[in-house]
Design a protein around this ligand. Structure first.
Ligand code: ZN
Length: 387
């Protein structure tokens, strides 16, 4: 991007998309003459034309499932699923077991922050579907050290330690145990508007290591770290691991999924996407909007608007409410401080640090951007990618 364009963006006034609820809190958003944002245009021009969630999608998915059954004949499990207890991964588990008749092994990554509701959801799913589950517990001292390092780094992406642990544990387990198929709950229906790079950034091991080298206090000996290179190249092409997103082949609607899960599996709902985790709840509901002005509900709601699960007016009304209850925020903050072994004054001092971005640390942004550009070119990646 040219300097001129950057300055133009800085100086421009507030604008919100006329079709969804993304706005200029995403510094790189662009709008067309109708005031429609680039997420919307990416959805209509790139995602929608190749997204089949009707009979055609179901036919494609059953063909994939049959192929998996043939290839994994004689094995105890057909595939691996990372289960968080949230709606996407729970519904995915239901589809894979009940509709596709596959036997998945479930993998739960315990980062130390799960709320009871998520654990109960996992227990209920496992019991009622009669599935096996493996839990990987992340070393708490290392988790804590990395999270404190991220707070000290003042970047917006405070969930990188958890995201990295969950993602890396899943693919490392798959590679080590010879799984050829990993099923994920990734889907267009609730995620077609992905949080912009400025808000979440990538899975970038170089950045994580640099932040930990600067602010960490103990070595990360057992913390799972799987780089983009390992995941995209080694695991896919040398280990032959294929990642399938079944929810993109069915008519996945959040409300209907919750209804099925609640009625048939004693599943309990929670307030917001990703609010099954206490750290994420505080981070997305309080820290990120207050310190950086980024409200992830904009992406979640915009995804639902684009896929017809919410009207734009409903989304606007939703955004007028506080992300979550102030008293709960106070309680969560207290709890997080205790768990991380800091006092609230220290937490406030992290909050008051001047905001930084990945550009302030060593990073692989250029390399990752190039890799995604290639994937977009091949049609393997459909996210709204800004060149
Ligand atoms: Zn839009």
């Amino acid at each position: 991007m040219t300097m001129k364009k950057k300055n133009l963006m800085k100086s421009r006034g507030y604008q919100i998309c006329t079709n969804c609820v993304m706005d200029t809190s995403d510094p790189q958003i662009t709008f067309d003459e109708q005031g429609r944002c680039d997420f919307c245009n990416n959805f209509y021009n790139v995602i929608l034309p190749s997204w089949h969630f009707d009979e055609q999608g179901w036919k494609e998915l059953t063909t994939i499932a049959n192929k998996i059954k043939r290839e994994t004949k004689g094995k105890t499990y057909n595939c691996l699923i990372g289960l968080s207890g949230g709606v996407d991964s729970s519904y995915l588990t239901y589809i894979v077991k009940e509709k596709l008749q596959l036997n998945p092994l479930l993998l739960v990554v315990d980062t130390g922050w799960n709320l009871k509701v998520a654990d109960t959801n996992v227990e209920n799913m496992v019991k009622k579907l009669g599935l096996d589950v493996v839990t990987i517990k992340i070393n708490w001292e290392e988790m804590k050290d990395l999270q404190l390092a991220f707070f000290k780094s003042a970047v917006p992406y405070q969930d990188t330690p958890q995201d990295t642990a969950i993602f890396s544990a899943l693919y490392t387990y798959a590679a080590k145990n010879g799984f050829k198929y990993v099923m994920t709950g990734g889907n267009h229906s609730t995620e077609c508007v992905k949080p912009p790079q400025e808000w979440t950034y990538y899975n970038d091991v170089k950045l994580l290591k640099d932040i930990h080298r600067k602010y960490g206090t103990i070595p990360l000996k057992s913390f799972p770290i799987c780089s983009m290179f390992k995941y995209r190249i080694i695991y896919r092409y040398f280990k032959g691991i294929k990642v399938i997103k079944p929810l993109n082949y069915v008519n996945y609607k959040k409300d209907e999924a919750i209804k099925v899960l609640t009625e048939e599996y004693g599943w309990e709902t929670y307030a917001n996407k990703h609010f099954e985790d206490r750290f994420t709840r505080f981070y997305e509901g309080w820290w990120l909007p207050r310190k950086f002005g980024y409200d992830k509900r904009r992406c979640y709601d915009s995804s639902l608007v684009l896929t017809g699960q919410m009207t734009r007016d409903e989304a606007i009304r939703d955004l007028e409410q506080e992300p979550y209850d102030e008293n709960m925020a106070i309680e969560d903050k207290k709890y997080i401080c205790e768990r991380l072994g800091i006092n609230e004054a220290q937490m406030t001092s992290f909050f008051d640090l001047p905001n930084k971005t990945f550009r302030d640390y060593k990073n692989s942004s250029k390399l990752i951007t190039a890799a995604i550009r290639i994937a977009v070119w091949f049609g393997a990646e459909k996210r709204n990618f800004r060149v």
